[in-house]
Unconditional design. Structure first.
Ligand code: NAD
Length: 261
């Protein structure tokens, strides 16, 4: 059966990339493309789908909805998914803690997949960071640098924060985030963040473990946002058959490795 996919933020960089990814597959189809109210964009290649501006429509004609839009509307998106029972993939980052809590609650009644980074490579990097932090212990300082295009709104990136959480999990200690504009000696513990913004950089993350007399740097560079689009689409097709719950890339990867054994 062909899975019907609704996309919120369809005219954006990621929305367009997901639409292109759908066109490359035979097991799903674009059924609704939601764009920002007042948007005049009418991109090509939507296979006869007319863009609409009503969030609700995305859930009326889809088996699963993918959101790559704006943190400003995440609450509305999640409420609508909850009201209709339609599975939701959230790729949007920079969410307010209240919206994040809303997602956790909604996931008790509907399937939700959320990942600040939908690439397989970053999922593996998170695993490596957790492992390195566990083995190196609390004496090594962890600093994370993210580099993105100049139009990115959130800083640090959602991926940088998720890598910081992975380090905290590995160290079994949440020392909090060190301020981006800190000055003076570095306090012990915590995860430090730094960010560069400019040009058309798709996304780069470097996780530094800084010890005494030695350093380790684990890094990932995305050169094409197709990887996020393909990941989101795989997540959507997988999520459409899941029970209610909050899922992430770790669940998707575990599923793939089980399937290949
Ligand atoms: P973008 O600005 O190119 O696209 C966002 C789109 O959402 C725009 O077209 C905008 O008009 C639209 N939008 C805003 N409000 C809307 C509304 N009310 N209804 C419908 N559409 C609305 O941004 P992008 O680069 O595509 O990124 C989108 C989000 O996804 C950001 O939060 C970004 O950080 C995140 N992102 C996540 C991943 C991942 O792997 N999870 C990868 C890249 C980007």
């Amino acid at each position: 059966m062909t899975t019907r996919i609704g996309i919120i933020g369809a005219a954006g960089r990621m929305g367009q990339a997901v639409i292109a990814a759908i066109a490359r597959r035979g097991d799903c189809q674009l059924s609704v493309a939601v764009v920002r109210p007042g948007s005049t964009t009418a991109p090509q290649g939507w296979h006869g789908i007319v863009p609409c501006t009503d969030l609700g429509t995305a859930f009326d004609a889809a088996d699963v909805v993918i959101d790559f839009s704006s943190a400003a509307i995440t609450q509305q998106v999640v409420d609508r998914a909850r009201a209709t029972g339609i599975p939701l993939v959230i790729g949007t980052t920079g969410l307010h803690p209240v919206a994040q809590e809303n997602i956790r609650q909604a996931a008790t009644t509907i399937p939700i997949f959320q990942a600040a980074n939908m690439s397989l490579g970053v999922a593996v990097l998170q695993h490596l960071v957790r492992e390195a932090a566990a083995r190196l212990g609390p004496d090594w300082d962890v600093e994370i640098l993210d580099i993105h295009h100049g139009l990115k709104k959130d800083v640090p990136s959602g991926t940088a924060l998720s890598l910081g959480r992975a380090a905290d999990e590995g160290r079994r200690h949440d020392g909090g985030a060190l301020s981006l504009d800190r000055a003076g000696p570095r306090p012990a513990g915590g995860v430090g963040y730094a960010a560069l913004r400019g040009g058309d950089v798709v996304g780069e993350h470097q996780v530094f473990f800084l010890g005494r007399g030695e350093q380790i740097c684990l890094s990932h560079r995305a050169t094409d946002r197709t990887i996020f689009a393909e990941g989101a689409l795989q997540a959507a097709l997988w999520l459409a058959k899941r029970a209610p719950g909050l899922y992430g890339m770790g669940d998707l990867i575990a599923n793939f490795s089980q399937a290949s054994q």
